[in-house]
Design a protein around this ligand. Sequence first.
Ligand SMILES: C[S@@+](CC[C@H](N)C(=O)[O-])C[C@H]1O[C@@H](n2cnc3c(N)ncnc32)[C@H](O)[C@@H]1O
Length: 382
Amino acid sequence: MSQHPLNNHKTAVGRWAGLGPYYAMFPTDFAFQVIEEFSRPGDAVFDPFAGRASSVYAASMLEREAVGIEINPVGWLYGRVKLNPSSKNRVVKRLKEIGDIADSQQHSRLEGMHEFFHCCYAPKVLNFLLYARDLLKWRESNVDATLMALILVNLHGKKEGSLSNQMRQGKAMSPDYSIRWWKDNNSEPPQLDPVDFLSKKIDWRYAKGTPKGQPSSVILGDSTKVISKLGANIKNGKQRPFNLMFTSPPYREITDYHYDQWLRLWMLGGTAWAHRTGKLWQGRFSSKIAYKELLLSVFRGCANVLTDNAILYVRTDARSFTYETTFSILRQIFPRKSVEIIQRPFLKRTQTALFGDSAKKPGEVDLILRPNQSNPSLPSFT
Ligand SMILES: C[S@@+](CC[C@H](N)C(=O)[O-])C[C@H]1O[C@@H](n2cnc3c(N)ncnc32)[C@H](O)[C@@H]1O
């Protein structure tokens, strides 16, 4: 996929586009390409499953207005911050303030923490994280949201490049697994100064400035409930109907966005243990019935917030249940649109292929629904 000229590390737009590590996310160039090809400047774009808000961000940077909805606070925070980061001076000042408070206190708070945290972070780092966790008002304040998002990006990952002992960056492993792995590999947490470390990361992120896009937003919430409010805003003229819906629903039984982000969710005030929340739309979507209900409810809601001529661009999993359900629900709700189907097989050799696993990986499918002016009753398949 070719790189979009705006989206590279020499521009502010490119530096902020990558915020932050999430799972099953759009490649940022893909988001820019779809927005450019399927909408025009001045259009309104909608993503009801926004994740880290790449669609909303690309739209905003390409002179469209966009709204996203995301149920996971980690994805939501990345999206909110990249659309409107606070000024660097204020973020650095706040970082130092938290660092000074943490340094002025005894480390007695660490004593009650589970072994996982002691194996994952050096005492000075853990102490800083505990104070940042308590003090940053990331829902209310833009400075605090920006600092918290930058902490989340660096909360875990490669040992030399993050605040933690060796861990994956996109997904936090369970405490038991992590402790075992660190012990087996004699891996100790990195001894670093969290304020110095984060200051350097902040320098890099702000080195080209901050992105300036069209006013756009991501709402933290459940699309099955929030879309009707958007519909009400459209009726009373507070919101324009959308010309493009560009989204990727969760893929059934592939990942649990909450469980896999448990450490970042802990940082945002959640439980200090990897656990499944058990709440609706916060699991692996194991129930086929509930999965269908989610798509039906959200896409029905979308029909009320889109213009008659809107285009829908939906990326989904190629595995049969997810794909067939998504396809048939979209056809049911938008019967007058034509459908183009683009297969996106995974091209890269997977890691397991090196160990003799030659199973074909299913890849993804893009469904593009357009107004079918020539023959509204017949779908056209390509
Ligand atoms: C495939 S991911 C989207 C990734 C996104 N395209 C990106 O580039 O980051 C699907 C997202 O839908 C979110 N989601 C699932 N159920 C939801 C709901 N009821 N309301 C809002 N978001 C939901 C998940 O938390 C997840 O972030």
